[in-house]
Write a protein that binds this ligand. Structure first.
Ligand SMILES: [Zn+2]
Length: 116
């Protein structure tokens, strides 16, 4: 497997997204022979969260959107919906405690999600 330089701060989100895909059995690095990983997105995110919170390897300002599931950097986009902010973002009470990327907040489609 070819060696890659340590990720810089600028490409850390991209590397984290690659890890997120890899843990789900997609986008294995070139030369990688063990393709047995096939975690659900939720389990893959749990591994990344562990590396964020217990090792501090991955910045903890990366979050997973609770609507579309994409990873994003909260220092540049998205919102965490708390008790104070949900009305301001046009969100519903059930969104409290969730993270949303720019694409989903505040343009979060309730029509699509209402029956869920
Ligand atoms: Zn989203």
């Amino acid at each position: 497997m070819p060696f890659r330089d340590r990720p810089t701060e600028g490409d850390m989100l991209e590397r984290t997204q690659e890890l997120f895909s890899f843990l789900q059995g997609e986008d294995a690095p070139e030369g990688w022979t063990d393709a047995s990983l096939k975690l659900s997105a939720q389990k893959a995110w749990s591994v990344i969260y562990y590396l964020q919170e217990w090792f501090g390897i991955i910045p903890d300002h990366f979050e997973r959107c609770d609507n579309c599931g994409d990873l994003f950097d909260t220092e540049y986009e998205g919102a965490y919906i708390d008790e104070e902010s949900y009305r301001g973002y046009g969100m519903k009470k059930r969104d409290i405690g969730k993270h949303f990327c720019d694409g989903c907040c505040p343009a979060y489609s309730y029509e699509r999600c209402d029956d869920g």
